[in-house]
Design a protein around this ligand. Sequence first.
Ligand code: T5A
Length: 221
Amino acid sequence: MKNKSTRRGIFITFEGAECAGKSTHIRLLEKYFQKKKIKYVLTREPGGTEIGEEIRTIVKHHAGKNPVSDEAELLLFAASRAQHVREVIIPALQKGTSVICDRFTDSTVAYQGHARGLDLKFIGVLNKFASIGRTPDLTVILDLPPEESRARIMERNKLDKVHDRIENERVAFHIKVRNAFLKIARAEPKRVKMISSDRPIEAVHNDIVKAVENAIASFPK
Ligand code: T5A
């Protein structure tokens, strides 16, 4: 018989600073899901669809003469999300398949809202419109001090020299992003679990698994 607690798919998002370890921990969570025979799709924002991946190239790597304006950047993230939610996330959840998503609406609040300074109320409305109001069942925010995030980025850049617009923002921008994520976690403790990523990978993974198990156990039976 199917395990009662896994009949409904869980929608999990990962958030945090650049190099906080989202990809690393998503890969480990995938292995956990495979072991537990939980059906899932792995996806990301911006991206996750053909249209979204094209938008991803613009928002991350546009290096033309004229920069992407803050307002256009916000709308590009929203456009990617609108397509992604309708084409991938909602259909998967409707089939009972879990969704693990690398970044979602909280990134827009942190980066475009708190760090770029765009209107938070408008972002709230736009996020709701793009996501059809579907909020994650669990959001894991991997917290990393900006100096550690910087150190990891520099280490990675030794191997990979691709231009990344947002990663290249000044330290003050990344401090605002981190503070925004702390604020989001304080405001929504039921949905959002803040996990310190400045620790050995295994310890971080164990805390993520606990958060996932608790979220699944709290589904109405
Ligand atoms: N964005 C996105 C917005 O501005 N608004 C939005 O609405 C959305 C959706 C996305 C960019 O778009 C912005 C935010 C971003 O700037 P991305 O490529 O998806 O860009 O960038 P990130 O999400 O930041 O992904 P990264 O690849 O940079 O980082 P990860 O996935 O967090 O980190 P990961 O796992 O690749 O690890 C980085 C390094 O750290 C090491 C790993 O081995 C790796 O070398 N590491 C650890 N080292 C020591 N201890 C640990 N515990 C470690 N964990 C990982």
